[in-house]
Design a binder for this molecule. Structure first.
Ligand code: B12
Ligand code: SF4
Length: 409
């Protein structure tokens, strides 16, 4: 019950509407699958675009087949279809968009209508099957240089107020999400960069402050979530943004995620606190420096401890992510993680068992030790077994130990 609107789809909707396309967003968050199928059955078929991530694969594959049977053209986008374009196209999709969707969709939609799905040569940022059924990956599209030229996400295309209400009903606080940047230049080996690559592009502080002001006026949330990958990555930008918010008298509580190494200075903490940050999420991942280094995380345990303590000093709650089972992890490393939890004393901790995402260094390194447990179309990237890894029960026990170390639920 902490739902957030799908920003990627809303960015696409805003962009395409601005260019004169007719767009409808079907938001599955509060809808049943039957409603979506009914929508696909209603009226003349057009073109449907589906967002994909690794966990939605079986659902997307089923929808592609359903929509195609009813005469729709189907375009896929998001991180997962970029990793498996051939597989998705062979399941029936007409085209896969690789990377940012705005400009590519504006070019692809008329081309698909005019040329059909098997002659999309030259549409940068797409992949398709030619007449012979061969996969054709078109050249990559240049990334959008000026993010401020994009219209804000089309929040009016869906029932954004309902998200705020659900948050308020369940947590006493209504929340809305926004992003101030695209892409992350760091190289954490398990992290997927399928959409934005390794670049980092920021929006201007005025545009972000305008959007925040609009969100506050229109939806009256009690807090916002900056869904950036690394919110404090660019300190000068952060200070300028904070100053712009102060100038406007805009102080709205928020939570966000960042890296400990980008939060080693007191002025960053003062700024976050002054802006209204009430909880910071830190990807701690492991208490073992050896494992952090193997992940190429680029962060030290001391930096994580510093960040956790600094947050508390500034009255900001600490959320931490931990990852079990990364390559080479031993019982000593698990112990080191428990030790870090005791010392950092986060307010809330979330764990995951490392899962290899296609296209990442981690996936490549594991090679044939990544063992599918089901056919591709029925599985997600979380369903792989990693040969040689301890049992699932071992990690359930690690979670119990972490809970005890944290002394919290
Ligand atoms: C916020 C977020 C979440 C939120 C989502 C809430 C929300 N509705 O916003 C929460 C916490 C719920 C979440 C959960 C998960 N997430 Co997440 N999440 C993100 C994050 C940090 C930002 C998403 C975002 O808003 N991006 C900004 C928008 C503008 O980008 P975008 O969505 O990619 O959209 C662009 C393109 O992809 C494309 N596009 C998007 N949709 C479509 C559709 C069509 C038809 C077309 C043509 C193009 C297109 O155009 C858009 C504009 O350019 C991303 C990382 C990232 N920076 O993107 C990870 C990310 C998407 N998440 C990821 C993962 C793994 C998960 C989980 C599976 C984690 C887990 N173990 O449970 C779950 C899945 C939940 C689910 N059921 O879907 C991975 C996906 C990897 C993969 N290959 O699939 C990412 C990429 C993180 C990473 N770097 O590894 N996530
Ligand atoms: S985990 Fe975070 S810091 Fe590391 S590469 Fe991914 S987005 Fe960047």
């Amino acid at each position: 019950m902490k739902p957030y609107p799908p920003l990627g789809l809303l960015y696409l909707s805003a962009y395409l509407k601005q260019r004169g396309f007719g767009v409808e967003v079907f938001d599955s968050t509060f809808a049943d699958r039957a409603d979506l199928l009914a929508r696909l059955d209603a009226g003349a078929p057009g073109t449907v675009g589906l967002y994909t991530n690794l966990i939605t694969r079986p659902s997307v594959v089923a929808l592609v087949r359903y929509a195609k049977e009813r005469g729709w053209s189907v375009i896929l986008g998001g991180p997962e279809s970029a990793n498996y374009p051939g597989e998705y196209l062979r399941c029936g999709a007409d085209a896969v968009v690789l990377g940012e969707g705005e400009e590519t969709m504006a070019e692809l939609l008329p081309a698909l209508r005019g040329r059909g799905p098997h002659a999309l040569h030259g549409i940068a940022g797409t992949a398709f099957l030619d007449d012979a059924g061969q996969l054709v990956p078109n050249p990559a599209r240049a990334q959008i240089a000026d993010l401020d030229a994009l219209p804000w996400p089309d929040r009016e295309a869906i029932d954004t107020r309902r998200y705020v209400d659900v948050w308020r009903e369940h947590h006493g606080q209504g929340s809305v999400n926004l992003i101030t940047a695209r892409g992350c230049p760091y190289k954490c080996q398990w992290c997927s960069h399928a959409v934005f690559g390794f670049t980092h592009r920021r929006r201007g502080v005025v545009s972000c402050a305008d959007e925040l002001e609009h969100i506050v006026e229109r939806y009256q949330p009690d807090q916002v979530w900056y869904a950036d990958d690394v919110f404090t990555i660019h300190h000068r930008w952060l200070f300028q943004y904070a100053a712009e918010l102060t100038r406007r008298g805009l102080r709205i509580p928020f939570e966000t995620i960042s890296r400990a190494d980008r939060m080693q200075k007191d002025d960053v903490w003062q700024t976050l606190a002054a802006m209204g940050c009430w909880r910071i999420w830190i990807g701690a991942e492991s208490g073992s420096q050896r494992i952090l280094d193997a992940m190429q995380r680029g962060v030290t345990i001391d930096e994580v401890l510093f960040a956790a303590r600094a947050a508390k000093r500034h009255g900001i709650q600490v959320g931490m992510f931990f990852m079990w089972g990364y390559e080479g992890e031993t019982e000593d490393d698990v112990e080191a993680t428990l030790d870090l939890v005791r010392r950092a004393d986060p307010d809330v901790a979330l764990t995951t068992v490392a899962y290899p995402i296609k296209g990442t260094g981690y996936f490549e390194r594991l090679g044939d030790r990544v063992v599918p447990t089901r056919p591709w179309a029925e599985a997600t990237d979380r369903d792989y077994d990693v040969a040689g890894r301890p049992s699932r029960e071992y990690y359930r026990e690690a979670n119990r130990r972490l809970k005890a170390a944290a002394g919290k639920s």
